[in-house]
Design a protein around this ligand. Structure first.
Ligand code: HEC
Length: 153
């Protein structure tokens, strides 16, 4: 028993330091925030073209979770304050992985990887995040360097 408690305390003491080190390396320039222009306008426009059929039926044309299809139940919003709050601190690689493996909920994996990142660019643009010079690539390691933040900072 004492051994287990000691192990647990050991973890408790080590974990925050590891997290702090990660955050610090992030601040040193290895990660960027979604507020730093991580997709292009053209990419967000492509996402807007793709979104309505496969996603809008459940998540709504306004991306607010009110389904376009009256037979569908309400869903979580995919943009703006609530979405950014729920995903705050999470890398785009996790959003990409979640989306391509579980969405559309009635047909997961239906789209190409390029189409999933284009839709993510569209979701970010609807939330008021600025476009930049480079497209988001459908590449997990590069998406892992882009972190969702609720606020610019
Ligand atoms: C058939 C309905 C349906 C369709 C179509 C659909 N979704 Fe979803 N989506 C859901 C439901 C229901 C949830 C909530 C799942 C849960 O909480 O377990 C969800 C959750 C999500 C989430 C997580 C939101 C959050 O903050 O929790 C994302 C991101 C998402 N969907 C993206 C998409 C994208 C992108 C598409 C189109 C490629 C899509 N969905 C199509 C029903 C759908």
């Amino acid at each position: 028993m004492a051994k287990i408690i000691a192990a647990a305390i050991g973890i408790a003491l080590v974990a925050p330091a590891a997290v702090a080190a990660q955050e610090a390396s992030g601040e040193a320039g290895q990660t960027v925030s979604v507020w730093e222009g991580v997709f292009t306008e053209a990419q967000a426009r492509r996402g807007r073209e793709i979104y309505p059929g496969p996603c809008g039926s459940c998540h709504g044309r306004a991306l607010d979770g009110a389904p376009d299809d009256p037979d569908m139940l309400p869903t979580p919003p995919l943009a703006r304050a609530k979405f950014l709050r729920d995903w705050d601190g999470i890398a785009l690689s996790a959003l990409f992985a979640y989306t391509r493996t579980t969405m559309p909920e009635n047909n997961p994996g239906f789209l190409a990887d390029e189409e999933y990142v284009d839709i993510i660019a569209y979701m970010l643009s609807v939330g008021g995040l600025p476009a930049g010079a480079d497209e988001l690539e459908p590449d997990p390691p590069s998406l892992a360097r882009v972190v969702i933040r609720q606020q610019p900072r």
